[in-house]
Design a protein. Structure first.
Length: 639
């Protein structure tokens, strides 16, 4: 857990190293996950230019939702989501950076001539095509429907008469020959007027799948074509007329790409990882340390050693999206330099300074968010072996951080802002904790016991003033930011309060308390949800002595968390974040329809929140929240 093992991955990536002209040794050390997040990058492309614009189509984990379009204006180093049609495949023109081709959700092709700002239908209107390919010099475009192939030499202004087409899933051009992949591998040497099937023979007794799914060719190797046949690789030295099977794989092959700088080098993406051939496709070796699925591969045209991989990381990889290497896969890092996906993120909380206002744990990784975006801090190894599974993390202004390691049922701490960590094996069975601005830590366990540490978890002593309640676990601890000596604790539905840092405790009249929050500007004001079926929201201005039910109807899924910032209250449900800016009189909703995984305020930014959804991490103050139509004020109630 020391700083030497923490990955080095800052806001900007290193320059392309010298010596990249040599074929790199396939001994990678990890992958830099640059985003986009919340799904798998199923299609990528880069425009010509320096730097090129990178486009990625990301399919959410919930496939009932449409794919999202992301753009990077710095060649794949940083991505942002853009408004675009329901695109499922995208391809850049080889010489014109303003032209893009795409296939939308219903299967038809569209084209953009203004760098992706707008798209229009592309292809013959009477027979809309579904697939296309552009010659490497941009001189011709071939587009095909289910039964006909069309050719244009003026980028779609006019089209040739349709030629009979055998039907295919994709079109490729290799060594000047037009190929179509489908139930067979078809090839045409006369611009698609006629097609013949390639011959495929095996070197051994393995059954050969006649259909092909991908083709790759390096322009510096005339006659050589490498093709994918199911989970097998075929190789041709006669321009694709005949293929012999070279290698078989345990998992399905999904994509194949030649390295533009190095003739004879091919990258192969499969469901079980990334493979590389340095002998023109005769054999492939697994590139180490990428434990996931590779769906697409793209090389930067201006930096051929910069490789982008689209795919899905496994449980040992950081989320999904795009991974990037700037030195031909020999030096890359196994952490996310942008917001981790919800599937991996387990906790998010306030940071400790204006430079590090937000801290997150995802899996065994700690990251902070500041002006330069997300930056990793450390990956926490378990002293007993493996990595720690973190489910909560929080920091104090003095760069003191604490995380709850669920896999160890204990705590880990950092005294330097998350760079180095050490385990605290003597503090087992802790279920909740809270850090005071002065660095004191309050701990609660499942047995209902409360502890306090005044030396940054060097030691912890029981808080004897809290009334005993055996078998009722402590659910939440909240420290008033305006007066740290005031602390609230919920246990078994009861709410307790101390005004003297735990010397004495009082039981408040508030009951059935579920999630609650203390106003950061007023230690006497709190808001809470009742735990009963109605899940009503209540507010108190006198520390829980009396409470007023706020005019908000219960929402489907029930309330599971709450945060407040004076007259602004953010309430998290399972499917949305509700916002009020007038102490609960009127409400709006943000992030509706996205499953909400976590929510946190941000250090030094009053009113701003970070919300974790399936689409990634959103940071802001919900200015785009929509009023809740027809919201009843409900019946006034007091306690």
């Amino acid at each position: 857990m020391d700083a030497a093992t923490a990955p080095d991955c800052g806001p900007t990536l290193p320059a392309q190293p010298a010596g990249c002209d040599a074929v790199p040794d396939p001994n990678g050390t990890g992958y830099l996950n640059v985003g986009p997040f919340g799904g798998a990058a199923i299609s990528m492309t880069l425009t010509p230019g320096t730097p090129p614009t990178a486009w990625a189509i990301v399919e959410p984990a919930n496939r009932l939702r449409p794919a999202r379009v992301y753009r990077s204006t710095d060649g794949g180093r940083h991505f942002e989501q853009v408004d675009a049609p329901r695109i499922e495949w995208i391809k850049a023109h080889p010489s014109n950076p303003d032209v893009l081709y795409a296939r939308i959700g219903f299967g038809n092709l569209v084209q953009s001539r203004d760098g992706g700002a707008t798209f229009a239908p592309f292809g013959p209107a009477h027979d809309p095509p579904r697939i296309l390919v552009v010659r490497p010099d941009g001189s011709e475009v071939f587009a095909a429907s289910a039964t006909s192939l069309y050719r244009s030499r003026d980028d779609g202004a006019t089209w040739s008469a349709g030629s009979p087409f055998p039907g295919a899933a994709s079109l490729y051009i290799a060594d000047g020959v037009l190929f179509a992949t489908g139930d067979k591998l078809w090839r045409s040497e006369d611009d698609g007027r006629t097609f013949s099937a390639a011959s495929v023979s095996a070197r051994g007794p393995d059954e050969v799948r006649p259909g092909a799914s991908a083709i790759a060719h390096h322009p510096a190797q005339p006659g050589l074509v490498v093709a994918v046949f199911g989970a097998q690789i075929g190789r041709s030295e006669d321009g694709g007329r005949t293929f012999s099977i070279q290698a078989g794989f345990a998992a399905e092959i999904l994509t194949l790409a030649p390295d533009p700088r190095h003739p004879g080098v091919f990258l192969l993406g499969a469901r079980d990882g990334l493979y590389r051939s340095v002998n023109s496709g005769r054999s492939f070796e697994l590139v180490p340390d990428f434990d996931g699925t590779v769906l697409d591969i793209a090389f930067r045209p201006d930096e051929p050693c910069t490789v982008l991989l689209g795919g899905i990381g496994s449980a040992f990889q950081n989320g999904s999206g795009v991974w990037l290497s700037v030195d031909g896969l020999t030096s890359i890092h196994p952490v996310a330099c942008a917001a981790p996906s919800k599937g991996r993120l387990s906790s998010i909380g306030p940071g400790y300074s204006a430079e590090a206002p937000l801290v997150a744990s995802f899996g065994a990784d700690i990251a902070i968010h500041g002006s330069a975006g997300w930056q990793p801090r450390a990956r926490l190894s378990d002293p007993l072996g493996g990595t720690l599974l973190l489910e909560a993390v929080s920091c104090a202004p003095s760069s003191f951080c604490v995380a709850h390691a669920a896999s160890r049922e204990g705590l880990v701490r950092s005294l330097d802002g998350g760079l180095t960590w050490d385990a605290l094996p003597g503090l087992g069975s802790v279920t909740v904790f809270a850090i005071s601005p002065n660095g004191d830590v309050w701990l609660g366990n499942a047995a209902g016991q409360l502890y306090r540490s005044t030396d940054r978890l060097g030691t912890a002593s029981p808080s004897t003033g809290l009334p005993e309640s055996p078998g009722r676990p402590i659910r939440q601890i909240a420290i008033a930011r305006s007066s740290p000596e005031v602390i609230y604790v919920s246990r078994g539905g009861s709410l307790y309060r101390t005004k003297d840092q735990g010397a004495t405790w009082a039981t408040t009249p508030a009951f059935d308390v579920d999630g609650f929050a203390v106003d950061p500007l007023d230690e006497n004001r709190l808001v809470y949800f009742e735990a009963r079926d109605s899940h009503r929201l209540w507010s108190s201005s006198d520390g829980g002595e009396t409470s007023l039910m706020l005019p908000l109807e219960p929402q489907p899924g029930g309330y599971v968390d709450l945060s407040s910032d004076h007259d602004t209250i953010y309430a998290r449900t399972s499917q949305s974040v509700l916002v009020t800016r007038d102490a609960g009189e009127t409400w709006s909703t943000a992030f509706r329809g996205r499953p909400i995984g976590a929510m946190s305020f941000i250090y030094g930014r009053p009113g701003e929140i970070a919300v974790v959804t399936d689409d990634g991490v959103f940071i802001g103050d919900a200015r785009n929240a929509r009023p809740i139509r027809g919201q009843s004020r409900g019946r006034p109630g007091t306690r």
